[in-house]
Design a protein around this ligand. Structure first.
Ligand code: ASP
Ligand code: MG
Length: 466
């Protein structure tokens, strides 16, 4: 069996849905199980419906619901034409939209939305997209059948970020999914959505469809999981920054996780962990370019010195200097406790005998943190900094690559440098306006010169970023 997951843009138009049908057709011999997201942008609209309704803007909320109705009906017609099948599809979608409108009315009376009601609303997107996809597959002569997510994705009651219950899911998968695949049918299930054992709708958190795919893959012991999206895979750099960014053919899970923390928004590796941990490879492919090589994510892809260059801006650097720190046990603990008390997540850290420097992505609580740090030493704050990261699992073992990295950014002032203990990421803090030039230079140093990419990277050469 193979899990084939389509993201919002892959189901966001009739043409895209038709493309997914052909992708699925090509996988019929492998026993595909299809997971779909809501149509692109729909989850955001649903959440804003809830927000508007609970803020008393019922008219706006109901207009948004009618906008969703119009969009889904238009897609039904674009898929099936003005046919009885299209009319039937619309009549299947209508009750979901009616219920959405009722929920909005209820929220506007209550004047607030609970996480539980938000989940009930957010889940509508995947329920609607499932109906569209199954109808389109039926029209394309594929034996697809809806499997209700709430019968399969059993979760706890932590609404908005519900915790899947692996044993219950495995049992439900044996009951609802495996027999269908064995009988030659193609289950189609909405991602992101689940339910408690009592049947109350939950969701797995934003981007949760990948998580659904991964959980199902783990439950059926899939041969592979395919995440179909609108980019060619994970890239050696952000293509908006580096023109020659290339698809990474094969990447390690830890490298992919590192890249995700730099906003490589292809997928969040934590969502695919349940499958990758079991040795199930996860592929990222582009629905709009189905013949691309894609990116394969596994735990044990070869260790390259450099797999990708990433960066982010702005970040803030905080330095604490203290002559008293010298050999004082507990100093670092006190520094980090200050951040912890304010729930500020520290990103990069570097220390010397008399100082500690950290970077923060978010600075909402910075003022309060600074007050606490001031008691520990001299504190300075440097805003408008940025991070450049050279990500590669073999980096620490390759002194030549390390030297090349530093040579590439010669002349760019470096404010902080950190090599993670696992050696997977060389992080360089520079001025925010130097991040792009640094990324370009590093990318050129590692990916443009012929023969400089280690095992596996070379084959991806020449593939354009998007
Ligand atoms: N539709 C949900 C979201 O936008 C889940 C997903 O697409 O993965 O977060
Ligand atoms: Mg998505």
């Amino acid at each position: 069996m193979i899990i084939v997951k389509f993201g919002g843009t892959s189901v966001g138009s009739a043409a895209a849905i038709r493309a997914t049908a052909e992708i699925v057709r090509g996988r019929v011999p492998r026993g595909p199980i299809v997971v779909v997201s809501a149509l692109s942008g729909v989850t955001n609209i649903l959440l804003s419906v809830a927000e508007q309704a609970s803020a008393g803007k019922l008219i706006l909320a109901l207009q948004a619901v009618e906008g969703l109705r119009a969009r889904h009906f238009a897609e039904a017609e674009a898929l099936l034409g003005k046919t009885p099948a299209a009319a039937e599809l619309c009549s299947e979608m209508s009750p979901l939209l009616d219920e959405l409108a009722s929920l909005a009315e209820a929220l506007s009376i209550l004047g607030h939305a609970t996480p539980r009601s938000l989940d009930a609303i957010a889940a509508t997107g995947e329920m609607l997209s499932c109906l569209l996809v199954v109808a389109a597959y039926a029209a394309a002569q594929l034996p697809a059948e809806i499997v209700e997510s709430r019968d399969v994705m059993v979760t706890d009651a932590t609404f908005a970020t519900a915790e899947p219950q692996a044993d219950a899911i495995a049992a439900a998968v044996r009951e609802h999914i495996v027999p269908r695949v064995r009988a030659g049918r193609i289950p189609v299930i909405g991602g992101f959505v689940g339910a408690t054992r009592e049947g109350i709708t939950t969701t797995l958190g934003r981007g949760g469809s990948d998580y659904t795919a991964s959980l199902l893959g783990a439950a059926v012991g899939a041969e592979a999981i395919e995440i179909w999206t609108d980019v060619d895979g994970m890239l050696t750099a952000d293509p908006r920054v580096v023109e020659g960014a290339r698809v990474i053919e094969s990447i390690r899970f830890d490298e992919a996780s590192e890249l995700a923390s730099f906003g490589a928004k292809v997928l969040h590796p934590s969502t695919i962990a349940p499958a990758v941990r079991l040795g199930i490879p996860v592929y990222v492919y582009n629905t709009h370019n189905p013949s691309g090589t894609g990116t394969r994510i596994t735990f044990d892809a070869p260790r390259r010195a450099v797999s990708a260059i990433a960066g982010k801006t702005p970040i803030t650097m905080v330095k604490v200097r203290s002559s008293r720190m010298l050999l004082t046990p507990g100093f670092l603990r006190r520094v980090f406790e200050a951040f912890e008390r304010h729930r500020a997540s520290v990103d990069v850290v570097a220390t010397s005998e008399v100082s500690v420097s950290v970077t923060l992505d978010h600075t909402e609580r910075l003022d309060a943190i600074l007050v606490e740090l001031a008691a520990l030493g001299d504190v300075s704050v440097e805003r408008a900094r940025g991070v450049v990261a050279i990500v590669g699992a073999g980096l620490a073992d390759d002194s030549d690559a390390m030297a090349r990295a530093l040579a590439a950014i010669q002349g760019i002032p470096v404010h902080m440098l950190s090599l993670s203990a696992t050696g997977i990421n060389l992080t360089i803090i520079v001025d925010a306006d130097q991040v792009r030039p640094a990324i370009r230079r590093l990318h050129a140093a590692f990916f443009h010169a012929a023969g400089t990419v280690g095992a596996g990277g070379g084959e991806a050469a020449g593939r354009a970023g998007r």
